[in-house]
Design a binder for this molecule. Sequence first.
Ligand SMILES: Nc1nc2c(c(=O)[nH]1)N[C@H]1C(S)=C(S)[C@@H](COP(=O)(O)O)O[C@H]1N2
Ligand SMILES: [Mo]
Length: 329
Amino acid sequence: MQQPTDRGMNHAIPSEITPRAVYAGRRDWMKRLAAGALGSGLAGWAARDALAAESLAKGAALAGAKSAVAGALTLDKPTPRTDATSYNNFYEFGTDKADPARNAHTLKTRPWTVTIEGEVRKPRVYGIDDLLKLAPMEERIYRLRCVEGWSMVIPWVGFSLAELIKQVEPTGNAKYVEFHTLADPKTMPFVGSRVLDWPYVEGLRIDEAMHPLSLLAFGMYGEVLPNQNGAPVRLVMPWKYGFKSAKSLVKIRFVEQQPKTAWVKAAAQEYGFYSNVNPRVDHPRWSQATERRIGEDGVFAKKRPTLMYNGYEAQVASLYTGLDLAKNF
Ligand SMILES: Nc1nc2c(c(=O)[nH]1)N[C@H]1C(S)=C(S)[C@@H](COP(=O)(O)O)O[C@H]1N2
Ligand SMILES: [Mo]
């Protein structure tokens, strides 16, 4: 991965106002929908994807009120939706930030299955529409910090990965969880390129995967995920560098050995297995002490300090007690 230049950032200024307003309106709309005051408003939404929509709307109603992770949710201003959906890393569709939004329309998100296998008592293949209904959806506004030095604030819609893990009952041998994402050369133009060893594989320790902040996301900004953001289902790991948040998941495998992840295979000295956000451990080619918040400052972006565990230290630091974070970066 490269540190981005300011090239292409100019779009951040004009896009800031409208999408923010649209987003605020949408949240309000979903609240009213949940309260039953807006029944017919569902029509346009449902036309696009009935099952996902119902589930998302129900879930958003629960957001804030009952979330076990409410204390972790950021009050930072969400990144304009147009930035979060047009400045992406999704190497299967190209390595320029604008490539995914341009190319990912070819991704077919139905039918879609997610296979759960390995060290579990109840292996299973979930159809995406069953997976959507597995637990109530919540809206969670998380910071996303890319290892390249930029960040966003994104309102995701989904539920804790732990909800899924509980269903499949990991065995005592399940020490790690491996995430495989789609690698379809017919619909993904850069699968086959030598940038990475496909499929894009990520991994977590089982206790990290079970942490309530670990999110299986199906939507963002109150809508189903756009293809370029990892439709129809992705991982979101808010205290880790963005590349741990694997997009377009097709397989989750429970294993005994630490998974060989795509980025570790590509450059082990630059991208570690843990990849916890840490301002005190620099990338070999650049500092990780600061970051630029996309959409916030435009071309004259001021750097802001990067927070330990991306600001989720109170929630996650205990996972790493006694671990040398400089060695286990
Ligand atoms: N399958 C897949 N998942 C991926 C990537 C990728 O190239 N392929 N890029 C990662 C990186 S580097 C980041 S920063 C985030 C970006 O997520 P976003 O585009 O939704 O902001 O997705 C991560 N997930
Ligand atoms: Mo990233």
